[in-house]
Design a protein around this ligand. Structure first.
Ligand SMILES: Cc1ncc(COP(=O)(O)O)c(C=O)c1O
Length: 430
């Protein structure tokens, strides 16, 4: 490993951090696993966000209520368990630009996508197809294929995968619109990732939603990489439904509970098929133990079971943080921080087998930048960055390394470390 200085200006990074500090002090930063710095330069918040310092005490308070109250905690806990999930509804709604009745936090992401597809994927006549992007996260791909099979359809023909143009890495909005223009009358459901997990591309959610609905399709979004990363206005954009997880940008812990949005126009629709349980009913009648449910006209009607309280605490704590800091301010810092990382990568990628595949336009991406590795293994590069420099990225087979400077806790100096480590680790082309 070379320790010679690179051309990158470390002092500039320090100055930028002093001028534009973020909220790192609110998080536990893991120790570095190599290199000369004590803390990791953590770029994997798009995979698993870091732990807020407040989470442990809040979780311990919920545990103490159980210890002290047993079953009576349902009504008497500091945060009573029966209506606990309602504490998450309004902050989650604010985060995604929804009305409170359109939002619920429950289950995990793929489970929620299935529950929503039970209601919103209803193939009929010519209109049977589900459209995803070719680089959709594999779980979404498996979920839609299994939904097609569930309806007795052949997934190889029922699922359409939209691909970038030959030689390009990201999907163009105009190509999605052209597809809908051409074949929209065969589409039952359009289900895309708001921010693509692999390339970091932010889709034009309002424009694609409008076009999909004009074509007569239902439009749903997987917002795993968008929630807490980019500002969203799901209600105003007319999105039919959406789901997201809370363990990435929402920092709620591994496997954390997920969020759901259902547009208000669907909430009172009694003709929608839905899988129900006792938590799908009105709270006021839930304990009458009636044999037939009375679902509320809200996203709560998609809940099935009583919620896991100790999993809700970390989501509540995290959403409070987003309320405090504000998505607008976070996005503004995110654009500055990712723009800075991009500038540094532009200094080190020429002459090396590294290409940024994420769109250049800040309006078309969140905080993540994805690098395509032209030589060697992406996994090996990520391993060396971590163990030789304390820079935590992640690799996606076969050739992508993802770096997400997260505006809540990442620093300009982290970005400097990433670019410096890449320059030291990846040899220039001969
Ligand atoms: C875009 C996307 N969709 C779906 C999933 C799967 O999420 P879960 O395991 O919570 O269902 C992930 C996980 O990282 C993801 O990134």
């Amino acid at each position: 490993m070379s320790t010679r200085p690179t051309l990158l200006d470390e002092e500039e990074a320090r100055r930028l951090d002093a001028a534009d500090p973020g909220h790192r002090e609110l998080f536990h930063i893991p120790p570095a696993d190599g290199g000369r710095h004590a803390e990791a330069a953590y770029f994997a918040g798009n995979s698993l966000g870091l732990q807020p310092r407040a989470t442990r005490d809040e979780l311990l308070a919920d545990l103490a209520d159980w210890q002290r109250l047993g079953v009576e905690g349902h009504l008497e806990a500091g945060r009573p368990w029966l209506p606990y999930h309602e504490l998450l509804t309004e902050p989650a709604a604010r985060l995604v630009g929804a009305r409170p009745e359109e939002t619920v936090v429950m289950n995990s992401l793929t489970v929620n996508l299935h529950l929503l597809m039970v209601s919103f994927y209803r193939p009929a006549g010519r209109r049977t197809r589900i459209v995803i992007e070719d680089s959709a996260f594999p779980s979404d791909s498996y979920a839609v294929r299994s939904q097609a099979r569930f309806h007795g359809l052949d997934p190889d023909t029922a699922v359409v995968r939209l691909r970038p143009r030959p030689g390009e890495s990201v999907l163009r909005t105009e190509d999605v619109l052209a597809f809908l223009e051409r074949e929209g009358d065969t589409v039952a459901l359009l289900l895309l990732g708001g921010v693509n997990y692999l390339t970091g591309e932010l889709m034009d959610i309002p424009e694609i939603t409008a076009a999909g609905r004009d074509a007569g399709a239902v439009v749903g979004w997987d917002l795993a990489h968008a929630a807490g990363n980019v500002p969203l206005q799901l209600h105003d954009w007319g999105v039919d439904f959406a789901a997201w997880c809370s363990y990435k940008y929402l920092n709620s812990g591994p496997g954390a509970l997920a969020g759901v949005f259902v547009h208000r126009r669907h909430l009172a629709d009694r003709t929608l098929p839905r899988l129900e349980g006792w938590w799908s009913t009105e709270p006021a009648t839930r304990f009458l133990m009636a044999p037939v449910s009375a679902p509320p006209a809200s996203a709560d009607a998609w809940q099935v079971s009583n919620p896991p309280i100790f999993a809700m605490g970390p989501v509540r704590t995290s959403l409070e943080l987003f309320d405090k800091v504000g998505m607008e301010a976070l996005r503004a810092r995110s654009v500055r921080l990712t723009g800075y990382l991009e500038r540094l990568l532009d200094a080190v990628t020429p002459g090396r087998p590294l290409t940024v595949v994420t769109p250049r336009d800040p309006e078309r991406r969140g905080c993540q930048l994805s690098l395509r590795i032209g030589r060697g293994s992406a996994a090996e590069l990520a391993r060396r960055l971590r163990h030789e420099h304390g820079v935590v990225t992640d690799a996606r087979e076969p050739d992508i390394v993802r770096l997400a400077p997260v505006p809540l806790y990442s620093t300009y100096h982290d970005c400097w470390r990433a670019a410096d480590a890449l320059a030291r680790t990846v040899a220039e082309d001969a």
